[in-house]
Design a protein around this ligand. Structure first.
Ligand code: V55
Ligand code: FE
Length: 536
């Protein structure tokens, strides 16, 4: 029996379903029970249930779920947005659709995508929930049907064959589609101009042979290929990674399978011109705990890290695994190869960086050992005997969510960017004692000189991830702008999109797009230049 036949969670709105899918999209958008009744087999409860977000709902500290889908033509712009910025900045993050199960974590909220379309100094804002299978089922039932983070044991039996994917982690663009991604499920494809969901279970025309797909695909600028993978690819807690690349038309042209040393979170990966590398961290998948109603992962401090390397276009059977000590690392800034050596830059901490993922052996979560700094991991593949990978701390600045000039993905690169927390900066006295200092800076890293420069957002704000915009299509590496959301903490977290010039980081914002509301927290964001967007 083929792997494919086990894949029960097919698109519910792919082209093959035609008219019904169109109705489904409309119904979910309308969100009324009358319409929703025609949408899916999940009937609304006869007895009306109150929808109430208790004060201990994860994320309530940030003001609670946002939930509103919004269109603003011509946002308030202060300062002048350079006319060479023409494109769309997309961002996504979790935003509860219904009150979560007691004890669930922020990473399980429904994905909510926003778009800032910037052109000629004007900014139009739009936000939509991707219509995931999960979102539509819950909308129809008017209640939560999914339980704990990545734990199907806690779901309502009615959703056994509904994809659990929340599409809440990253948003990227390839072959004309915007993909909203969650690493436990295939991409959700959206129209990049309207943010309408066009496929709630995207399989690259049936070519994707994994039940999962990472939130962090990579793009080879030279070939236009998307290189990607899925872990736990044959189902929950399986030790298989599916690796593939798709050409500019979205056709999968290479695929292979590898086995991991143990099943743990493989959130991001690295692609160079020659190699592909994975880091397995002790955030281990724990089925026993899942059966007890807990989340998917627990941090097992007895486990090492494993760095696995295979050749692009090669056979997964030839993957080589290199060992390292207990470390937590989630995101790749950039990666490149030099002959038979591969270099991967990641933010890395000593222990569990996520306070909401439990430590398996009962250790209290420690903010100090959760503090991440940029490290360079490397291996020389021409050496036949290495058993460990090398690692070097590159900079002292602590932060998370590193980025690069994405035109330099897979090739040697010089500049990186990361939201950082500068402890020497003041915090507004009106903010009192905050349990965690807000992220207050964007740092630009120059790997050629190891010098850094810094943008500080001010004493009253917190920063979300930043994204790099090239000054022009063929501007030099790192020459351009950083764009990201700042929350004004003295205004209830109201959101401004800020733009910083990467050549004048210390000068502060050059333009500011004011939203008249706070917004849900972003996990990741993506810039698409206007020339790459579809015309209609
Ligand atoms: C991350 C985020 C996720 C997730 C796993 O490091 C890892 C980030 C927003 O969801 O499920
Ligand atoms: Fe991520």
């Amino acid at each position: 029996m083929s792997r494919k036949s086990k894949q029960t969670k097919k698109s519910t709105n792919g082209a093959e379903i035609g008219r019904r899918s169109f109705m489904g999209t409309l119904a979910a958008a309308a969100g009324t029970s009358a319409v929703a009744g025609t949408l899916s087999p999940f009937a609304a409860s006869a007895k009306a249930e109150t929808v109430h977000f208790a004060s201990n709902t994860p994320g309530m500290g940030g003001g609670g779920p946002f939930r509103a889908e919004i269109d603003i033509r011509d946002c308030d712009v202060e300062g002048e947005i350079p006319s060479n910025i023409d494109g769309a900045f997309y961002r996504v993050g979790p935003d509860w659709q219904y009150p979560p199960m007691q004890g669930n974590i922020p990473f399980d909220g429904e994905g909510h995508v926003s778009m800032f379309r910037i052109s000629n100094g004007h900014v139009d804002f739009k936000s939509r929930y991707p219509r995931t299978q999960r979102f539509k089922a819950q909308a129809a039932a008017r209640k939560r049907l999914f339980g704990m983070y990545r734990n199907p044991f806690t779901d309502d039996p009615s959703v056994k064959n509904v994809s659990r994917g929340t599409a809440n982690t990253h948003v990227v663009y390839h072959h004309g589609l915007l993909f909203s991604l969650k690493e436990d499920s295939p991409p959700v494809a959206m129209n990049p101009l309207t943010l309408e969901t066009v496929d709630d279970y995207y399989t690259f025309g049936g070519g994707l042979h994994s039940l999962t797909h990472t939130a962090h695909p990579k793009f080879d600028t030279a070939t236009g290929e998307m290189i990607s993978y899925g872990y736990e690819a044959k189902g929950m807690a399986t030790d298989d990674i599916y690796v593939f690349s798709a050409n500019t038309k979205g056709k999968i042209t290479w695929e292979t399978w590898i086995k991991v040393p143990y099943v743990g979170m493989v959130h991001d990966f690295a692609v160079s011109q020659k190699y592909i590398a994975f880091l397995v961290i002790p955030m281990a998948t724990n089925v026993e705990r899942m059966k007890q109603g807990q989340v998917h992962f627990a941090w097992d401090s007895n486990l090492p890290t494993w760095f696995g390397v295979l050749e692009r276009g090669g056979d997964g059977k030839d993957v080589r695994w290199f060992k390292g000590p207990e470390r937590c690392a989630t995101h790749v800034m950039g990666a490149f190869s030099d002959g038979n050596k591969i270099y991967v830059d990641m933010d890395m901490a000593l222990k569990n960086q996520f306070p909401f993922f439990p430590n398996l052996h009962g250790e209290p979560w420690d903010p100090k050992s959760a503090t991440g700094t940029l490290h360079r991991l490397s291996v020389d593949l021409s050496d036949k005997t290495p058993r460990d990978y090398n690692m070097e701390e590159l900079y002292p600045q602590s932060g998370a969510l590193p980025r690069q000039d994405d035109r330099y993905q897979t090739i040697p690169y010089r500049y990186g960017f990361m939201p950082t927390s500068d402890p020497t900066r003041p915090l507004n006295a009106k903010l009192g004692n905050m349990p965690f200092r807000p992220t207050n800076s964007y740092t630009k890293f120059d790997h050629a000189t190891r010098k850094t420069s810094e943008f500080w957002v001010g004493d009253d704000s917190g920063l979300q991830e930043c994204c790099f915009i090239p000054r022009s299509k063929d501007a030099a590496e790192g020459d351009g702008y950083l764009v990201g959301v700042a929350n004004r903490l003295l205004e209830g977290g109201r959101a401004d999109l800020i733009i910083v010039d990467t050549q004048r980081m210390e000068d502060g914002v050059i333009a500011k797009v004011g939203l008249p509301f706070r917004t849900y927290s972003q996990v990741h964001g993506w810039w698409v230049p206007a020339y790459a967007l579809p015309k209609t």
